[in-house]
Ligand binder design. Sequence first.
Ligand SMILES: NC(=O)N[C@@H](CC(=O)O)C(=O)O
Ligand SMILES: [Zn+2]
Ligand SMILES: [Zn+2]
Length: 423
Amino acid sequence: MEGNVLDGNNGMQQVDLLMEEGMITKMGTHLSREGHEVISVRNQLIIPGMVDLHVHLREPGGEQKETIATGTKAAAKGGFTTIAAMPNTRPVPDSPLYMQQLTEVIAKDAHVRVLPYGSITVRQAGKELTNFQALKKSGAFAFTDDGVGIQSAHMMLQAMKAAKEQEAVIVAHCEENTLIQKGCVHEGTFSKTHDLPGIPSVCEAVQIARDVLLAEASGARYHVCHVSTKESIRVIKDAKASGIAVTAEVTPHHLLLCEEDIPSADPLFKMNPPLRSKEDRDALLEAFKTGVIDFLATDHAPHTEEEKQQDMTLAPFGITGLETAFPLLYTHLVLQGKISLQQLVDGFTSSPAKAFQLPYGTLTIGAVADVTVIDLQAEETIDPTTFASKGKNTPFAGWRCKGWPQLTIVAGTIVYKKEGVAI
Ligand SMILES: NC(=O)N[C@@H](CC(=O)O)C(=O)O
Ligand SMILES: [Zn+2]
Ligand SMILES: [Zn+2]
């Protein structure tokens, strides 16, 4: 393969990549082409295969919203080669049996690498810890109850102790339920003008503050999902300064949108955590640029059109993200001069890999041949009807973007090629 390589670890180079048996075996200029199939993408950008550690695939139990087949097809189309699947499915992967059943479907149906999360508590009900050792043995990559916050400090401490024993990361959706009454949007100007129940910023930060102290007490590795408020950033920054092993992610929608961008009580703008204030959005961008927030994750959360046609209070939380993440951030942050291309690429490759000690997200000799090719010039309008995902629920329909993935390679095998692309 030949082209311009931008790697979070190694910068931009014009190189040839040799892939053999799923690995990168040589990199350099003027490598011999003899006996090899040549993929020439000279005017395009080659980056490490992208990593998204926060994806809802919905299978088992929610196949009307998404399946492992459709969700991973969407991932491949979005340039992702490794994704981590959230456990808020039915059943929840809270036992070795359910975890095994899940890994069997992944082995059979997935178009990209899928790392399944095990749940922290049985049925994600917050009452009883799962068996981390048994779950890890049957394939759990890390532990989370994403979709709900762990309400009990005692439960979270037990979870962290168990995770430390297994050298696994605790991944947390932070939301203190006693501070919310059926909220559906950020408690702020939009909730007031539309008379909708709000979700206050403090319900997130208060749980992160509790958890970083528990992480310190237990010595566990702790990761915060979808950070949305400036107060959360302050807590994470202080915890990092104190040497606590915490990392954090931010979604494209929280970097690009705020409550002022919600045109009406439209459920396509309803997600959890909600779009916050402009100050929160700006603080998130700054935190990502300075490394207080470690990496990017989509929180791809597909739902059916019927579900999203209900009113703002009844519709489920969540928006799709896999197929639009790179073009959105490239066009509306990189091309606007708000972050560098390197920061965007790192955020979806080397940074999540580093935070979770995964052997992906880099193009180096001996690494797995996970590669994504992007055309930075190609310009298209986001059209949900063309999504590979079953979930068409995006607030970004109609946005014009550059930087569309053209080719996605997992362990040396092409899993996505954009229609009409010559290689
Ligand atoms: N983010 C969302 O708005 N929804 C997620 C749950 C979650 O990530 O908390 C979902 O499963 O739909
Ligand atoms: Zn969540
Ligand atoms: Zn989620």
